[in-house]
Design a protein around this ligand. Structure first.
Ligand SMILES: *[C@@H]1O[C@H](CO)[C@@H](O)[C@H](O)[C@H]1NC(C)=O
Ligand SMILES: *[C@@H]1O[C@H](CO)[C@@H](O)[C@H](O)[C@H]1NC(C)=O
Length: 355
């Protein structure tokens, strides 16, 4: 693979300031033997057409798993956050496993899912912490006013799942955001925010609570994770519900990506559409990360195009769509997360080279 010196100059700039850049897709036939489809596609014939992401201002090479793991020898990569980071990890592990036939499952230190690559002594794992901060359910039993209890969120305490990893990973990729909505935490059982063990007064609305959690988790990371650890914060993954939200028969049965000109009508908060939240949360995250050593990993814009790339009705289980609606949130593999891996692996390479 040819080394393109320009990439190292332009890529970080491009990613942190990509919202207004022009991009285009170039269809290519799938040639990479290291992509494997997720289970929900195994029973079907996978037509091997994938779309390669082609940034306008730099070259984005496909990750070479042998070279990448060679570069990462004796190092570990951790993802911390919600299921969109798990989706990211799943793609990463599928890509890397061809480079080491003895790759093993790995679930230590609170990891939810991960793999160890003995040939390179590299661990890549995901710690599930959907709010990043610690939270617990408090049930009140049957209450007269219809309340079913609360979720107590300790804004200044990391969830147990990642409380003991600060020294283990050389690269960390954080995210949160996709759970901060009334579908996960309804009014009858709201999030209640605590700081230093005391309830915050006056009580915070959900998004104000998110802001406080972001600030506290970022300062925790700044204090406890060594400066030499490469830290990334990946921005939101956009959803593509068309014609209604997930519980209103919203659908994403598209055959083609969106056009650049369509994106604002789908995602601009000013249009108040069902898919606006990614950009709303992104601006909050960008603001919170200013002045820290955590790099933005802006995968939102490139993913916004891909209305065609979600599982939609391909959920595997009978009746799943009738119960939960279509999945226009997570991503099929092979697919968009493979591009996220290409971007992240380049940023890791650049980060390690520049120390
Ligand atoms: C494997 O990597 C870890 C760091 O993650 C290091 O402490 C250990 O010594 C390495 N093991 C070998 C056999 O090189
Ligand atoms: C969703 O579609 C079903 C079947 O067509 C219909 O019965 C139901 O009312 C729809 N729900 C909403 C919220 O539109």
């Amino acid at each position: 693979m040819a080394h393109r010196p320009n990439a190292s100059v332009h890529l970080p700039l491009l990613l942190t300031a990509s919202l207004s850049r022009a991009f285009f897709f170039e269809p290519t036939l799938q040639q990479d033997h290291y992509f494997i489809p997720l289970r929900f596609l195994q029973e079907t014939t996978w037509i091997g057409l994938i779309l390669k992401w082609v940034p306008a201002a730099c070259d984005l090479p496909r990750i070479d798993p042998f070279r990448f793991l060679g570069m990462m020898r004796n190092k570990n990569i951790g993802f911390v956050g919600d299921s969109l980071n798990e989706n990211f990890l799943a793609s990463f592990l599928c890509i890397l496993r061809v480079a080491d036939a003895n790759a093993k499952k790995w679930k230590k230190k609170g990891a939810w899912r991960g793999a160890y690559f003995p040939k390179f002594n590299v661990t890549v794992a995901y710690h599930r912490a959907v709010l990043l901060a610690k939270y617990d359910q408090k049930s009140f039993g049957s209450d007269q006013d219809g309340s079913k209890g609360i979720y107590r969120v300790d804004v200044d305490t990391p969830a147990d799942d990642w409380a003991n990893i600060a020294d283990f990973y050389d690269v960390l990729v954080f995210n949160t955001g996709h759970w901060w909505g009334s579908d996960k935490f309804p009014k009858e059982k709201p999030l209640v925010f605590y700081h230093s063990g005391q309830q915050i007064h006056p009580p915070l609305e959900m998004l104000d609570g998110l802001k406080v959690v972001l600030e506290n988790m970022v300062s925790y990371i700044q204090k406890h994770v060594p400066h030499k650890t490469l830290k990334f914060w990946r921005l939101q993954s956009p959803r593509h519900f068309y014609g209604g939200d997930w519980n209103q028969n919203g659908s994403c049965l598209f055959n083609d990506p969106l056009e650049e000109l369509q994106l604002d009508s789908w995602f601009d908060p000013r249009n108040n559409g069902v898919n606006k939240e990614a950009r709303v949360l992104n601006s909050m995250i960008v603001e919170t990360l200013q002045g820290t050593d955590i790099q933005l990993l802006d995968l939102t814009h490139l993913s916004e195009f891909r209305a065609d790339a979600h599982p939609a009705t391909w959920l595997g289980k009978k009746d799943a769509v009738a119960i939960w609606g279509q999945d226009c949130m997570h991503w099929c593999l092979p697919g968009v997360p493979d591009t996220w891996v290409d971007v992240l692996s380049e940023l890791i390479r650049i980060g390690l080279e520049t120390g």
